[in-house]
Design a protein. Sequence first.
Lengths: 81, 184
Amino acid sequence: MVPINIFLFVFLFFMFLVLLFTFFNVYHMVRYGRACKSTIVITTVYLIVVLGMISLSIYLISLADWSTSISIIPASTNQIY
Amino acid sequence: MLHLHHLPNSKPGEKPVLFLRRHWLAVLRLFFFALLASVAPLLITWLLGQTMPSLLYSTEGSAIGSVFLSIFYLSIVTFFFQEFIDYYLDVWIVTTERIINIEQHGLFNRVASEMHIALVQDVTAEVQGAVATFLDYGQVHIQSAGETKRFHFKNVSHPEQIRNTILRLAEEDRGREDSINHAA
């Protein structure tokens, strides 16, 4: 039996990657983007969308029951003998 | 940030004339693929609901599903924006003195080069295909004198107008340089 909360670690690792990429994306926009309103608007919209999606994901994940486990080996294989 | 009126190494009196990016169709294409990818999990959820509802609505199924859906949609947004940055930061600036080519390849690869506009020898505008003809976008190739290096403006709007503007600016700059040399 494998506890399903192991998927939360997968999610945490992925969140780290998303935040890392978001940091580099925003850095590039601020460092190399043209100094105009559209650069500021695009960067702000991106940050709102990403942070909104992360918040929504955390909310949805918090609703689930993570105390259960799943069986990798099918139950029928235990009944060979 | 890149200030058009304070470009690096700018000469006194240098003015920006053209600020170019690829045609907006590139963004539209990207947006379409992101939209198409967004529909895929909904289709899979619907299929699972039809074929294996017990798996989909089980405690474990919904918990693991919420993780994978979150990862999938966040990947789409991150990938979309990264590709958008590639589009947004690829720029060509034509000033009264030079042509600046800035290309962003991925996150950590950036190439910036420039050419003195008086060195421009030949400018070719190329429009290929029905969509490109209808929307008036295409390639502009700029050949400098005495060098094999060519600048390539990819999928820019109004390539013919750009070609004419660059040729006119090159002629004006050569005229200015000639008058300075004669005066000296």
